[in-house]
Every structure is written in structure tokens, then in C-alpha cells.
Write a protein that binds this ligand. Structure first.
Ligand code: ARG
Ligand code: ZN
Length: 878
């Protein structure tokens, strides 16, 4: 917590560090309340820094540390040579290079922020990105200071596993019987990639032989009770290592790669060099305990963290404004990996859904920022959908504009040029250009300009000239601190469909798709030799992260749903139809008029459901209505009740109209086979469970009996959780209670399943009332200091339970404010995230807007806020 108003840090103020650290030797003497940290730093004046005048003082970041001693070249430093400040230590320097030794004491047990060194279920672990290392020892905690590290850990024999980065070079026992291990990481790294783990852990081991024939040991560590849930992550790791060699030519570089599962973790996982630390929920799985979605998430995150070894660790960021350099690129890499391992089309649909729901909302909200922000108060607040997902879209557009081979030439040059360095987004773009003689001058605006571009498309067919013209106009709305946006360079993938539903060949070429380079505010593209008026399939594969408007008629959308060969656009046509219906129904609801069944949508979905040639996962996606959150992103002056009512009405219309088809499809897919988390089976389960949910939505006793039987059979968690969700959403309350209770009884020992159980209830529109959520928070398994539990219950309610959170009396908002205030005292990062729904108050109509704003004001008035929460709340109230 700060005592003065937090300062804003600007990219334009970047300066190279005055001093470099060539070696860092650390010793940890572990104790829950008094861990002793000794650091020995080889300090040298940075030759790249301004050399005029006297030697500047040395600044070392440090937060919540107890300073015990400071020595230079073996001599204790007198107090007048350094000054201790709330966020660091300033030393007077009298030589160009020296050895600095600092001793500090820290209390991991009292660290509930989960940054720095802390305890999780009795296990010591660290999280240093972005600025957690300064909670461990005094250090220039910035990514452009890269050092070789050795780490010695001393701990009681009750902590037999002692891990850090690199290779183990020594181990033994001290005179008083404690264990002592030393690790050495030969690759220079910034402090944010440091890690330490100590505990009574078990591990599984496997091996991977790299393409050049080196054998790498792979180890995955967990608490003993979870050791049976490691197989999927290990498989995913081996697949990732192979894929990165094949697709990017990147080999692993140490002899050992370790993963540790930790229950208390603020994010998904962390790419510490050679020692990745994972949120347990993002690494542990078994068929009985994890859903398909969890299996796929684990595969993606294991890959993501592994890929960081090159895109992040070998080549890292100069400063935190460049965060997307590693995160956007690595998300693009993991998305392509997942697309190769599973269904490419479905992966794209899932990623775009997230982007459109949450990133577009971020772009339009008070925290809106470009992929490379210009300023921040607290960098933890910028681990955002914009930096990660939109950043990945920007890299994807480069891939699309240059083509796969040219992109690979660019990435090869990037890794070769900058290996071992801390660089910028500009360096990435420059490598892509230089390797290919390409010009991305205009394209660079994607990094500096925020907001979601809107494209308006009009077309004209000239029968006489046999020409088809597409006119595209782009504009990007103002965002906080950024007005008068410039046009962007983006690829627009287009096909033209003939009356028979087939793509026309374009420009006398064999190709049926053309990638238009849009660079101007308004631009017209002409297609020659077009024999008939075509129907355009625009922005195929979502080739740019924009909102595209074109006046499709319902019939045209039905046509695209039937014929488009681009599975993304086929799905998108169904979504456009659904949006149209839902928006019309919201208007009817608000006007107090009658709600009419959405005939075109019903007709389209009925055909899709009949089509057994289509990928069942795609069918399931087409049958899934846009979420209330996505509808809210679309609208303004939102009436939350109207969104809920319209969506329930459409859902029930579909359920009723297609009931017999749902039953037929459910039965044909309900084949008992041994569980495997492979694309084909996942696809079948997703359609089967989509059918089940619609069947139960009718409330029919037969349908609920099907769900009950699926629940009782306990074949795998995907089917069990889907059945349970349907039962609590649509079944009688007393039975729901029984099922929830029996589920809990069976799984109470399994942390991940208990999290699922919490999330199902808190996120249920029917069951997850505010009263229920409060009960869950006093359940013995709930832990306010565990982010996963908080996300499941408080997040499940505020972020995934639109209907209950937006109850008209405003109590949902008040509840969230109360939780945010309490959380901020324990874990500022989590508080600053979970407050998000309250920061979007401007989107709502007057009634809700006032209620939400006053809840936010209450947070603001509650006393001293953390820097994290202060930044988010003050920007939202501006
Ligand atoms: N670099 C990590 C990842 O993308 C994220 C860790 C960020 N942690 C944080 N507390 N901000 O995989
Ligand atoms: Zn990452």
C-alpha cells in the first residue's frame, strides 16, 4: 500500500540502466517467518550509459524487505553511503565495478500477495514477473538487466525437494542436519525469470531427445496426492518441444526442464528459466476429474510456457511496455500449436469469441490501451487481453500479410539477431521486414494505437463489365487519451460465393480467396471476370481484429451457414443471425411488446443440426448463443434485464422447436467409449452436451432423467459436469441440492474438482443467487487467500453470472465492492482484476450505471488502496 498517490511511468522516459550485473549469487536460508537472503552481485558500470560526469548512484529496487547489511568488496558499508527508501535502496558508488553483498530478511508465510517468495500449502514458491523479485532482495529489478545466477537453498529436512533455475551443481547436508542444494543457470536472465521451490514433493520423470540429439530430463513436481494427475501435462510438454523444433526450428537448451504445480497462484503459469511454475488448475488433470476444456487449456498453457523459453527468455523484453513482444508472439505460437493438435476451425472460433467478448470490451472501457501501452501506474494491471490476445492477432496479421515461409524467415532472423538480449516490439517488426524486404511502416500503428477498428463494407456488381467492387471504410473510435486515430494496415481475406454456393475463382487465378491489403481510410477493391453477382464471404478466419459491418440479409446469412467453406465464417454467419434476433427481442422487451420466435435462426440451426457431415464441434459452436457479456459489449445504454430476457426467450424457442432433433442427435452421440481427450471425441461430447442442455431447458421430465442418468454414470468429468450444470440450471431445486451434495461428498479431497463445483454454482443463472454465493463463501472448502477459489465463487458470480449479478436491486454490485475492498488488503493483483465488471458502468442505462458507479465509488472511498486497485478504480471514475 502506498502513502502517496501512485506515479505514472511513461515509455518515453525509458533510459538504459546505469549499472549491469554480471553475476548474481543468492543464498536462501528458508524459514516461514524469517528467511535469510544473502545476495552477492558482480556490479559493473554500463558502457552504454551516459559516461559524462561522476559515477551515478546505484538504485536497487526493494519492497517489504528487512535490510540487515550492505557490503562493497568485502567491507561493510557505513550508513551514510546508502539510503533506504520505501521502494528501494540508493547507494553512492566510487568505482566502475565492484562486488555488492546485501543481506535481508523476509517472511514468506505472511506474504498473501503471492508475489515474491511465499508459501502455498506449506510449500515455498516464487512468482517474480513482473516486479516480484524486489520482494525477495534488493536488486535492479528490470528486464534489461540480465545476469547469470547461482542459487543455494538451505532448508530443514522436511523440505526434501529444493529447486531453482538451471542445473543442480551441488547438494549436501549442513552440520545441523539441514539440506543444502546449489543450482546454476548458465543463461543470463532478468530477475523476473528467477524461481525457487522447496517442499515435500513427488515427481514424475520423462525424457525428450532434441533434434540435435541431446537428451533432456523432464520432471513434473506435485504434492503427493496429485501425482496421478500429471500424465497429460507431460505428454503436452513433449508435443510442444517437438512442435517448436518443427515449426520454428527452436531446440531446448538446458539438460533439465521442470514444472511445479502450486495451488495458490495469481495467474495461469510462469515461464521461469528451466523451472516453470503452474497454477495447479492449469497442469493437473485426469479423465475423472478434469473436463475437456481443462485438458485443452492445460495443453495450451504447457505449450505457452515452454515456447517462452525462446520467445521471452532467450530473447526478452527491454522494458515492460514491450510485454506484448513476448506475450503476443507466444500466444500466437501456442494458438497455432493447439490448432495443429486439435480442430483448427474450432480453436479459432474460441479465440475470437474471447477477443470479441473481453478484449473488445477492454478496448472500449476506461483501461483501454494499445498493444504497447505508453504509460502505466502498476504493470500487473497490463497483463491484459489487449497485450496477450490482441497482441497475438497483430502477430497473426504479420503472418497473414507475409505468408508462412516469410514469417519463418523473419522469426529466424529475430532469434538470431537478438539471442541473449532484451529488445522491443520494434525489433520484432524490423526483423520481419529485413528478412523479407517487406515494408511494415504503416502496420506498426497496431502497436501504438488502441481501440477496436470498425469496418463498413459496401459492394457493387457491374454486370456489363463483369466486375465486382468492394468498398471498405475503416475508422477507430477515440479511446481514453487517444483521439483522431489513423487508418491501419490490415489483411482482409475474402471469397466470393456464386449462386450454387461455390467460391468463384478470383482474378483468373486458381485461388478462391484473396487477401486484400487495406491501408487507407476508404479503399475500393475490384475483382475482374466475375460472371454473376456474388455473395461476399468477408474477413475469413477473422483475418483482422475488427468489427466488420456489411448489410447481410437473413437469407444471405442462411446461405453462408450452409455453404461457406471457411468454418469460422460459417459459424460467424450463425452468430450474426443470432445477434440480429437477440437485439430485436431486446427492443421488443424494452417496449413491452410481444416476443416473436426468431424464425430465420431456427431454420438455420435446424439445418445445421441435421447435417451429420459437419464437424460436431462446429455444430455445437453454431448452436451456442452469444453470451450475455458479448451482447453487452455490442450494445450501449444496456438494459441487463432485457439481455437476459431476450436470451432466455431465444434459448427456449430453440429448445422447443428443435427438441426432437436434439434428442436424436444426443442419442446417436451417446456412445460409451473410454475417455480420450482427442479432438474427435471432444467434438462429439461437446455437441452431445449442447443437445442435453437444450433438452433440459424445456424442463421436461424425460430430458432431466437423461441428465440424471448421465450424471450417475460417472464416465468422465466432462459428461458429469455438463449433466450437473443442466440439472441445477433446469431441474427442481431439491434434486439439485442432492446432486450437488453427492458430488461434493465424492470429490471433496480433490482441489480442482471442488473449484469446478464452486464455479458451477456461482455461475448458474438459476441457482447462483447472491444468498447462495454468500453461503459458498462460508463453506469450509472456501479460502479467501486462494485466487482460484475466489475466481470460482466471486468471479463466477460477478463475471459469469450475468442474470444474478445484475439483479435490479443492485445488491450484486454492492457485494462485489465489499469483496474487492477485503481482497485488496490480501492480494492487490486479484482485487484489481475482479473489480473489472464495476469499471464498465458507462455502458449501462442510467439505472444500472448509477448503481454500479456508486459501488465503485464505495471502493474508492474505502481508505488507502493498493497501487493496483487505485489505478483501475481511479481511471474508471474519471
Ligand atoms: N508470463 C506469464 C505468462 O504469460 C504471466 C505471469 C504474469 N504474472 C503476473 N503476476 N503478472 O505465462
Ligand atoms: Zn506468457
Amino acid at each position: 500500500m502506498q502513502d502517496t498517490q501512485p506515479q505514472t511511468i511513461f515509455l518515453k522516459d525509458y533510459q538504459v540502466p546505469d549499472y549491469l550485473i554480471d553475476r548474481t549469487d543468492l543464498t536462501f536460508d528458508l524459514d516461514p517467518q524469517a528467511t535469510l537472503v544473502k545476495s552477492r552481485l558482480q556490479v559493473r558500470r554500463n558502457p552504454a550509459a551516459d559516461a559524462s560526469g561522476d559515477l551515478p548512484p546505484l538504485w536497487l529496487d526493494g519492497v517489504d524487505l528487512e535490510l540487515l547489511s550492505v557490503a562493497v568488496d568485502g567491507e561493510l558499508l557505513p550508513a551514510q553511503r546508502y539510503s533506504e527508501q520505501t521502494d528501494g535502496l540508493l547507494l553512492t558508488v566510487d568505482k566502475e565495478s565492484f562486488v555488492l553483498e546485501v543481506q535481508t530478511r523476509i517472511a514468506p508465510e505472511s506474504n498473501t500477495s503471492l508475489e515474491g517468495l511465499y508459501l502455498s500449502n506449506g510449500m515455498y514458491c516464487t512468482q517474480c514477473e513482473a516486479e516480484g523479485f524486489r520482494k525477495i532482495t534488493f536488486y535492479p529489478d528490470r528486464p534489461d538487466v540480465m545476469s547469470v545466477f547461482t542459487t543455494t537453498i538451505v532448508a530443514p529436512a522436511t523440505y526434501p525437494v529444493l529447486l531453482s533455475n538451471g542445473n543442480k551443481i551441488d547438494s549436501g547436508t549442513t552440520e545441523d542436519g539441514r539440506l543444502c542444494v546449489t543450482w546454476e543457470d548458465p543463461f543470463a536472465k532478468p530477475s523476473y525469470l528467477f524461481a525457487l521451490v522447496a517442499g515435500d514433493l513427488q515427481f514424475v520423470e520423462d525424457h525428450f531427445t532434441t533434434s540435435s540429439g541431446r537428451k533432456v530430463t523432464l520432471q513434473l513436481f506435485t504434492e503427493p496426492k496429485n501425482i496421478g494427475k500429471t500424465a497429460h501435462a507431460m505428454e503436452s510438454l513433449k508435443k510442444s518441444m517437438k512442435w517448436d523444433e518443427e515449426v520454428y526450428g527452436r531446440e531446448y537448451d538446458l539438460d533439465i526442464f521442470m514444472i511445479v504445480a502450486v495451488d495458490h497462484f495469481n495467474m495461469g503459469a510462469m515461464e521461469n528459466k528451466g523451472l516453470n511454475i503452474f497454477n495447479s488448475a492449469c497442469v493437473l488433470a485426469s479423465p475423472e476429474t478434469a473436463t475437456d476444456a481443462a485438458f485443452q487449456r492445460i495443453e495450451a498453457i504447457v505449450a505457452h510456457e515452454y515456447f517462452h523459453n525462446w520467445s521471452g527468455n532467450r530473447v526478452t523484453c527491454r522494458d515492460w511496455f514491450q510485454l506484448s513482444l513476448k506475450e503476443g508472439f507466444t500466444v500466437f505460437r501456442d494458438a497455432e500449436f493447439s490448432a495443429d493438435m486439435n480442430s483448427r476451425g474450432v480453436k479459432r472460433i474460441e479465440d475470437v469469441t474471447l477477443l470479441r467478448t473481453a478484449q473488445f470490451a477492454e478496448d472500449a472501457g476506461p483501461m483501454s490501451h494499445p498493444v504497447r501501452p505508453d504509460s502505466y501506474m502498476e504493470i500487473s494491471n497490463f497483463y491484459t487481453l489487449t497485450v496477450y490476445e490482441k497482441g497475438a492477432e497483430v502477430v497473426r496479421m504479420i503472418h497473414r500479410l507475409l505468408g508462412a515461409e516469410a514469417f519463418r524467415r523473419g522469426s529466424d532472423l529475430y532469434f538470431e539477431r537478438h539471442d541473449g538480449c532484451a529488445v522491443t516490439c520494434e525489433d520484432f517488426v524490423a526483423a520481419m521486414e529485413d528478412a523479407n524486404g517487406a515494408d511494415l511502416t504503416l502496420f506498426r500503428r497496431w502497436y501504438s494505437q488502441g481501440g477496436t477498428p470498425v469496418l463498413d463494407v459496401e459492394d457493387k456488381y457491374d454486370a456489363e463489365a463483369q466486375e465486382y467492387h468492394l468498398t471498405i471504410r475503416q475508422h477507430t473510435p477515440d479511446t481514453p487519451g487517444q483521439t483522431d486515430k489513423q487508418p491501419l494496415h490490415m489483411p482482409i481475406a475474402v471469397s466470393l460465393l456464386g449462386a450454387d454456393g461455390r467460391e468463384l475463382s478470383l482474378d483468373q487465378e486458381a485461388s478462391i480467396e484473396r487477401v486484400l491489403h487495406l491501408t487507407e481510410a476508404t479503399q475500393t477493391f475490384t475483382f475482374a471476370d466475375i460472371p454473376e453477382r456474388p455473395l461476399p464471404s468477408l474477413l475469413r478466419g477473422f483475418s483482422a481484429p475488427v468489427k466488420l459491418r456489411y448489410r447481410y440479409t437473413s437469407d444471405q446469412l442462411l446461405f453462408l451457414m450452409q455453404y461457406d467453406t471457411d468454418s469460422f465464417n460459417r459459424w460467424d454467419a450463425s452468430q450474426r443471425l443470432a445477434f440480429e434476433a437477440l437485439e430485436q427481442l431486446q427492443r421488443a422487451y424494452r417496449a413491452g411488446g410481444e416476443m416473436q420466435a426468431p424464425e430465420a435462426l431456427l431454420q438455420g440451426l435446424s439445418a445445421v443440426l441435421e447435417n451429420t457431415q459437419l464437424d460436431p464441434a462446429l455444430v455445437a459452436k453454431m448452436l451456442t448463443l452469444p453470451s450475455p457479456q458479448e451482447l453487452a459489449e455490442h450494445g450501449d445504454a444496456i438494459d441487463a434485464q432485457a439481455i437476459v430476457a431476450a436470451r432466455v426467450f431465444v434459448r427456449d424457442s430453440i429448445a422447443k422447436a428443435l427438441a426432437s432433433r436434439f434428442l436424436k442427435r444426443y442419442q446417436s452421440l451417446d456412445q460409451r467409449k473410454p475417455y480420450q481427450p482427442v479432438a474427435e471425441d471432444i467434438a462429439e461430447r461437446s455437441l452431445k452436451n449442447t443437445c442435453l442442455s437444450y433438452l433440459c431447458a424445456t424442463g421436461s421430465a424425460d430430458a432431466l432423467a437423461l441428465a440424471e442418468s448421465q450424471f450417475m454414470r460417472k464416465e468422465n468429468m466432462t459428461d458429469v459436469a455438463a449433466a450437473l450444470a443442466a440439472l441445477i440450471e433446469f431441474g427442481p431445486a431439491d434434486q439439485a441440492e442432492e446432486h450437488l451434495e453427492s458430488f461434493y461428498q465424492q470429490w471433496q479431497q480433490d482441489t480442482q474438482v471442488v473449484e469446478t463445483w464452486f464455479g458451477l454454482q456461482a455461475g448458474s443463472a438459476n441457482y447462483g443467487t447472491l444468498g447462495r454465493v454468500r453461503e459458498l463463501m462460508s463453506h469450509p472448502a472456501f479460502e479467501f487467500t486462494n485466487p482460484n477459489k475466489v475466481r470460482a465463487v466471486v468471479g463466477g458470480f460477478a463475471m459469469r453470472n450475468f442474470a444474478q449479478f445484475h439483479q435490479e436491486d443492485g445488491t450484486g454490485y454492492e457485494f462485489l465492492a465489499e469483496q474487492v475492498i477485503a481482497l485488496d488488503k490480501l492480494n492487490p493483483q486479484i482485487a484489481a482484476r475482479i473489480v473489472t465488471p464495476l469499471t464498465r458502468w458507462r455502458k449501462y442505462r442510467t439505472l444500472e450505471a448509477e448503481q454500479i458507479r456508486s459501488a465503485l465509488q464505495r471502493v474508492s472511498d474505502s481508505g488507502e488502496l493498493s497501487r493496483d486497485l487505485y489505478e483501475v478504480v481511479s481511471k474508471a471514475l474519471e
